[in-house]
Ligand binder design. Structure first.
Ligand SMILES: Cc1ncc(C[n+]2csc(CCOP(=O)(O)OP(=O)(O)O)c2C)c(N)n1
Ligand SMILES: [Mg+2]
Length: 548
């Protein structure tokens, strides 16, 4: 038995079944221990993708995903994934190798101070210096990664510690931990505020999407009948078609959903995490804001709640609903705005223009994805349209990153979603820019025999930046590129590929791709002129700056 065996036994003890990554020679003892374990080693073609996958495992299950890399170059390739998990509050454990710490036969070759590199990117980063410490360090790593606010943890296992003889040790058994619930005094105060509101509105933020919260949150909204909107990462957290959904704040102001925000006198912000691009902007005037969260609010220039309800959100909301159910005559005061807001959002969703408009793309994707199907977005212009227009009825069925907002995570996150949900339809939606940042993972998806559809929106440009360039009055410059023939590219990986060539061709192409099973890439050109027409001109006319 050696250090690596202890590490792998400790991971098994945590219920880990898969590890994603790219090993190096410093990890060979760990690889050997994995070979003899029940844990599957899933190779990826880039460490960044492994980290995105592990983070998405954490996001979807609440349990840390695990990724493995070598020292130096491999470890550094984890950094973007670490930041993705840190900003996105996704539990993840990263394990990297290192040269021996007791002797240095290769001098400084490939050596980087990974622990220091990871310090600002993780909740905890530790070098393991003796096998005997492994069970406790691993247990602690999983606890830290998982507890609110969840995030990434990094462990460095030097090769000589991995290979060092060790006495068998019994891993530390995990146990459930219940978080404290909000204090009665805080609940009474919050109930008083809500009772006093003339036009209350609920906002569901990123932390509302924690997998364990869906039932309690849905119950809370149903019992109180207060209309709600969500942030981009809070999408889907209330189950079902409640009739209370007022929209998604994909922009910070002026959108139709902000009609409700601007008319509200109280916003109950549940699980808002200020890593997200602000869903609305607080100022000296405007609604009172009650923060409901696992942790106290983070105060920002644009978010400074007037009261807080802190504690385990699900049970706290149940206690709050017990105080308020049936006692809120004004609960639905803002509901009359709903139909008009949703009507604007649905505008032109069925327009038969080719290339397709973003609205039509969102509409057609929604048609072919069942309620429990999962759409994973990369980062680009279409993210705003999906956040704004795509309706979700099941928690965590539109995975997007409005925190680090990194390109390149669309395909890896969809691979993870497909691995976890083999019977559900899973799809990645990527721009031609973001897809090419981790397109090599098509091979991983094919090797894993996944059923996965990848939709590529082609504008031969870094469209979102090109749009911002135009909005800010800069000339159109420097944002366009060429693309491979994506159908041939998919086929070269052993995947299938198809091209949408008519306005009505998208939904049938997607259905055919899902029915064919396996990995299927569908590419289509997108007409981004709608960005300026709707998101700038129409919204500015709808809500000039400085309105109440
Ligand atoms: C790793 C990374 N690099 C750069 C950016 C800045 N950025 C945001 S969106 C975008 C363009 C995305 O292009 P594409 O994927 O083609 O999507 P499109 O907007 O064209 O639909 C860029 C460069 C980023 N978010 N992440
Ligand atoms: Mg593009």
């Amino acid at each position: 038995m050696n250090g690596a065996d202890l590490l792998v036994a400790a991971l098994e003890n945590e219920g880990v079944t898969q590890i994603f990554g790219v090993p190096g020679e410093e990890n060979l003892d760990v690889v050997e221990a994995l070979r003899r374990s029940k844990i599957e080693l899933v190779l990826t073609r880039h460490e960044q993708a492994a980290a995105f996958m592990a983070a998405t495992h954490g996001r979807l299950t609440g349990k840390p995903g695990v990724c493995l890399a070598t020292l130096g170059p491999g470890a550094l390739n984890f950094t973007t994934g670490a930041a993705y998990a840190l900003l996105g509050a996704m539990p993840m454990v990263m394990i990297t190798g290192q040269k021996g710490i007791l002797s240095r036969k290769q001098a400084g070759f490939q050596m980087v101070d990974t622990v220091s590199t990871m310090t600002p990117l993780t909740k905890m980063t530790r070098q393991i210096v003796s096998p005997a410490t492994i069970p406790a360090i691993v247990r602690d790593a999983f606890r830290v990664a998982q507890q609110e606010r969840p995030g990434p943890v990094h462990l460095e296992l030097p090769e000589d510690i991995a290979g060092a003889d060790a006495l068998p040790m019994i891993p530390i058994p995990p146990h459930p931990i219940d978080m404290p619930v909000a204090q009665p005094a805080a609940l009474d105060r919050a109930a008083e505020m809500i009772r006093g509101a003339q036009r209350p509105l609920i906002m569901l933020g990123a932390a509302a999407s924690r997998p364990r919260l869906a039932a309690a949150l849905t119950d809370f909204v149903r019992r109180l009948q207060i209309p709600f909107f969500n942030t981009q990462m809070g999408k889907g957290s209330v189950a079902g078609g409640s009739g209370l959904y007022m929209g998604t704040a994909a922009l910070s102001e002026r959108d139709y959903v902000h009609d409700a925000v601007d008319h509200a006198d109280l916003i109950i912000a549940i699980g808002h995490d200020t890593v997200e691009k602000p869903p609305f902007l607080m100022g000296p005037t405007g609604p009172t804001v009650l923060h409901v969260g696992y942790l106290p609010a983070v105060v920002e220039e644009v978010f400074f709640p007037h009261a807080e309800l802190v504690g385990d959100v699900g049970p706290s909301l149940t206690l709050l609903a017990d105080r308020l159910e049936g006692k809120l005559p004004n609960a639905g005061a803002l509901l009359p705005l709903r139909a008009e807001i949703l009507r604007h959002i649905e505008d032109r969703a069925e327009e038969s223009r080719y290339p397709l408009t973003p609205q039509r793309i969102v509409h057609d994707v929604r048609q072919v994805i069942p309620e429990d199907g999962i759409v994973c977005l990369d980062n680009g212009m279409y993210k705003i349209w999906f956040a704004r227009n795509y309706r979700t009825r099941v928690a965590n069925t539109l995975l997007l990153d409005n925190a680090l907002a990194t390109m390149g995570a669309g395909l890896p996150s969809a691979i993870m979603a497909a691995l976890l949900n083999p019977t559900r339809r899973v799809m990645a939606v990527c721009g031609d820019g973001g897809f090419m940042m981790n397109s090599q993972e098509l091979e991983t998806a094919v090797r894993l025999r996944l059923n996965l559809v990848v939709l590529i929106l082609q504008d031969n440009a870094y469209g979102m930046i090109r749009w911002k360039q135009g909005v800010d009055g800069f000339p159109d410059f420097g944002m366009t590129f060429g693309n491979p023939d994506f159908v041939a590219y998919a086929q070269a990986y052993g995947a299938q590929g198809s091209r949408v060539e008519t306005a009505d061709g998208l939904a049938p192409a997607l259905n055919a791709a899902f029915e064919a099973a396996g990995v299927h890439l569908v590419t289509l050109p997108v007409d981004y002129s709608e960005n300026m027409r709707v998101l700038v001109k129409e919204l500015h006319a709808h809500a000039p700056k400085g309105r109440p």
